[in-house]
Design a protein around this ligand. Sequence first.
Ligand SMILES: CC(=O)SCCNC(=O)CCNC(=O)[C@H](O)C(C)(C)COP(=O)(O)OP(=O)(O)OC[C@H]1O[C@@H](n2cnc3c(N)ncnc32)[C@H](O)[C@@H]1OP(=O)(O)O
Ligand SMILES: O=C([O-])CC(=O)C(=O)O
Length: 386
Amino acid sequence: MTNIAKGLEGVLFTESRLTFINGTEGILTHLGIPIQEWAESSSFEELSLALLDGKLPTGAELAAFDAELRANRALTPQLLEVIAAMPRGVHPMQALRTAVSYLGLLDPQAEETTEEARRAISVRMIAQFATVIAAIHRAQQGQEAVAPRQDLTHAGNFLYMLTGREPSPEQARLFDIALVLHADHGMNASTFTAIATSSTLSDMYSCITSAIGALKGPLHGGANEAVMDMLDEIGTPDKAAEYITGKLDRKEKIMGVGHRVYKYFDPRSRVLRDYAEHVANKEGKSRYYQILETIEKTVVDRLGSKGIYPNVDFYSGTVYSDLGIEKEYFTPIFALARISGWCASVIEYTRDNRLLRPDAVYTGASDQHYVPIEQRGEQELQRAEG
Ligand SMILES: CC(=O)SCCNC(=O)CCNC(=O)[C@H](O)C(C)(C)COP(=O)(O)OP(=O)(O)OC[C@H]1O[C@@H](n2cnc3c(N)ncnc32)[C@H](O)[C@@H]1OP(=O)(O)O
Ligand SMILES: O=C([O-])CC(=O)C(=O)O
């Protein structure tokens, strides 16, 4: 019997020097360096550059990259008008997909596919995703976009543009850590989608627009918002265990748990939990955090033996929510971070490109003939009678 790798599970289609995952032990490294060290000691800017270049940057390289990001933050008035004219009430991921596609229309280099051009476009996209998402947020609230500031970090400036208020250094750092944790993750569905598009030698904006579409789904990046929906539905911590048990009894999925690769705790979920706990202890345990604690215990007790544990989307929402961010923006924030991994992966794959084109086992009809349309009803009648 032909072996089908459903969901392409375990299929190796390329080599990569960027990210390593050991799913049974819950290990994640970028360039061989554990994710915990990136979170503790690095920044989103540094990890983005490290992914693009495949090496830890020198101080001078990082300063130059950071300056380039800051210089590229502003959007053209034309794009701001497009964002302001978007229908109210659309999901920000819909708006982001359209805005990034439009960004490509405005970039004179958009259609260039040399490595040099792909890298230059990547730097601009990394810088501008923050401004685009913040402008979408403001426009959807009927407010003017807040112009980026050059004196803030990528994370700090995003929070500033989102809310119009300068975040505290602690808030900016917490958000920076969340970006670091989400920046790359091997051949996840959205990165794979970006690579599939680039494998046809299509342009960067097409790759990233397709990746945004893939990230949006609730089985992938959209799960962080779905977790928050679940917490809102549960309401209070005392109802959490019964709610989860009921769902599992009915064989329904719990959002924010389970993973194709991790069969143990996703290490990013541990870092996010520690920060969520830190905030909870400082400011009094939030209702959300208490519900998540109970869900985690209930899920791990019941499904831990099946390899189902919290993933990165489980605790990220409480961290964002503590920063005052609405749940519809959780997945766009995922994209704000993952843009670096998408770009770096596309550039890496393109160096040794081969068209991605898997196959399916054909299970349809055979030996059929074309039936003129006027005879089709008759034939079906005869088939039903005969
Ligand atoms: C950033 C990210 O993308 S992280 C993932 C974010 N997604 C989510 O949190 C959504 C919830 N999780 C899921 O749907 C899945 O775990 C996925 C999509 C992430 C991974 O799915 P797959 O590797 O295809 O596993 P699959 O869905 O086939 O599940 C395997 C088994 O585990 C069970 N399972 C997997 N995830 C869950 C879950 N979240 N809740 C309950 N049961 C689950 C399935 O019911 C299935 O059980 P069965 O063998 O008895 O039929
Ligand atoms: O790797 C995956 O399949 C999903 C994931 O955790 C991510 O993209 O961060």
